[in-house]
Design a protein around this ligand. Structure first.
Ligand code: ME8
Length: 522
């Protein structure tokens, strides 16, 4: 097993625009970040995990205006849905930040003042294109033509010509250090996103407009009446706010720089160019890694209100189960690439792997132990087939899954775990313990207990992905709460302790019900 890394781990998601309710992409990112946070905790690291909502800016102000309400009122309502979504999906955040909170205004003003003190801010006039949907400035050369000949951003969103007095940040000054940073192995992943960012920097960076005067829903620029910060300046600063910046807090010392900013591929520019430049200017250490995950598509299509295919992630969770949804998303999509989902695909995957393979294995094993052994465990001699099976399971749980999860290759890690589940099911079929009850009861006990041992390792390893179901199985196996980390996989005495303690296996409660599709969708 790899040496244990105990360095603190700070992971963040993007903070979402609460201009509407959360969609499946938001759920995907929150779940992926949660899997990473739980995995690192189980590896013994001190983890801090932050998510939240990005509440300022023109997009929020306009949406509120459309609805005839105050931006704060819209943010309060919608932010509540994002938090509810995280709670319902078992997302184990330490802080759910809202950028309208007072400590965030203070942190944003502090980083502003640090950039100003560095001589990196100056007042000028901005004239150029702005996309409210992306909250982004674009150069004329980046624009594309829409179907009706109108100008669109490279993301396909409308742009408007904007002229106003604005503070500028000397982004151009950071071109060289940014290029070096982008070329640093591991900083931006997947590596396929690197070239685009390098090309963007190499073509020359223009100074960035960082304040707005045409609306006031934002963080006030210190000492500059009428200016609010460009929403991305304050949004990115949320990662520092949550640790107590600008104060010299214990959390700042332990968790900054962030270990991983997990974001979607559409906002890589903000996180790997603007954000590091702000941090360099404020003389703060740079995040260790930015990972731009892919987009989740509904049957291959982008969800949109006009197509009427927007899915409420909580409905999916209610219908299929939180853990089945989590499992599907991490298993189905190669992390970093785009992926597609549909109710059928969720049902197929969950039934084949969770209900019929893993769940069924647990169900068969525990009910046979309860019935044929009165639930009593006892010391047993391993035959060759038992040792071989347990070696396969250990390899998957102790080595392969952790190696792949450390590299953020979730689907590959889960696949290795699933192979071990299949090996267990094959072993049950070959050993046919039900037939041994009369002919060789000792052998039956060894077989069932080998499976019991395998189940415990499998349950420990899959906890980050299906936390509730794995915990339920570990409870049924009698594994104490303090013995469920990856390092416990190394412990060869746990079974003897259970035997010595006289643990009795009760008839199991099913873990994963078989899912059914309503006829019209099947
Ligand atoms: O971009 N599939 O907020 P946001 C997967 N406030 N991920 C998706 C997705 C999809 N279909 N659609 C969006 C913002 N995302 C800013 C972030 S961070 C300082 C500020 C991802 O609500 C998207 O890539 O538009 C982003 O990482 C996150 O969801 C929030 O998107």
């Amino acid at each position: 097993m790899a040496e244990t890394d105990t360095t603190p781990f700070y992971i963040t998601t993007a903070i979402s625009y609460p201009n509407g309710r959360p969609h499946i992409g938001h759920a995907y990112e929150a779940i992926a970040a949660d899997v990473i946070a739980r995995f690192q905790r189980l590896q013994g690291r001190s983890v801090r995990f932050q998510t939240g909502t990005d509440e300022h800016g023109l997009k929020m102000a306009r949406k509120a205006e459309e609805q005839g309400r105050k931006p704060r009122d819209l943010a309060d309502e919608m932010s509540g849905y994002f938090r509810q979504m995280c709670d319902a999906l078992n997302v184990s955040y330490d802080r759910f930040i809202r950028t309208s909170e007072p400590d965030h205004h203070r942190a944003s003003q502090a980083i502003w003042q640090a950039m100003e003190a560095r001589g990196d801010l100056y007042l000028d006039r901005y004239e150029g294109w702005y996309s409210v949907r992306d909250e982004a400035y674009y150069d004329e050369s980046e624009l594309v033509e829409g179907e009706g000949g109108e100008k669109l951003s490279p993301q396909g969103t409308p742009v408007e010509w904007t002229i106003e007095e604005s503070w500028f940040f000397r982004l151009s000054k950071y071109q060289q250090p940014l290029l070096e940073l982008l070329k640093t192995p591991g900083f931006l992943e997947p590596a396929s996103r690197r070239n685009e960012m390098i090309a963007f920097v190499e073509q020359g960076l223009r100074d960035l407009s960082v304040s707005r005067t045409s609306f006031d829903w934002g963080v006030k620029v210190p000492g500059s009446d009428g200016h609010v910060m460009y929403v991305w300046v304050d949004a990115l600063t949320n990662y520092l706010t949550g640790l107590g910046y600008p104060d010299d807090t214990a959390q700042m010392r332990e968790f900054w720089p962030a270990s991983l900013h997990l974001i979607g591929k559409d906002i890589v520019r903000f996180h790997t160019i603007y954000w590091p430049a702000f941090l360099m200017s404020a003389d703060l250490p740079l995040p260790q890694k930015v990972f731009g995950h892919g987009f989740l598509l509904n049957r291959g299509q982008k969800e949109s209100k006009s197509l009427g295919n927007v899915t409420d992630p909580l409905e999916l969770a209610e219908r299929f189960g939180v853990d089945a949804l989590r499992y599907f998303l991490m298993r189905e999509v190669a992390f970093g690439q785009d992926g597609s989902y549909s109710p059928e695909a969720i049902v197929l995957r969950a039934n084949a792997e969770l209900a019929n393979s893993f769940g069924n294995l647990a169900q068969r094993t525990l009910s046979m132990i309860a019935k044929n052994m009165d639930g009593k465990l006892e010391a047993f001699e391993q035959a060759e087939a038992d040792t071989a099976l347990l070696a396969t399971v250990s390899l998957a749980c102790e080595t392969e899954l952790p190696r792949e999860f450390n590299a953020l290759n979730f689907s590959v890690g889960i696949e290795a775990w699933m192979r071990a589940v299949y090996a267990c099911n094959q072993y049950v079929d070959e050993q046919a313990p039900w037939g041994l009850k009369k002919t060789d009861p000792e052998r039956m006990k060894a077989v069932l207990q080998t499976l019991f041992v395998a189940l415990r390792d499998l349950a420990i390893a899959i906890q980050p992905v299906v936390p509730e179901k794995a915990a339920s199985l570990l409870d049924q196996l009698g594994i104490p709460a303090g013995e469920r980390s990856f390092s416990a996989l190394d412990d060869r005495e746990w079974f003897n302790r259970l035997v010595a303690g006289g643990y009795t296996v009760a008839p199991p409660t099913p873990l994963f019900p078989r899912l059914e599709l309503p006829a019209e969708e099947g």
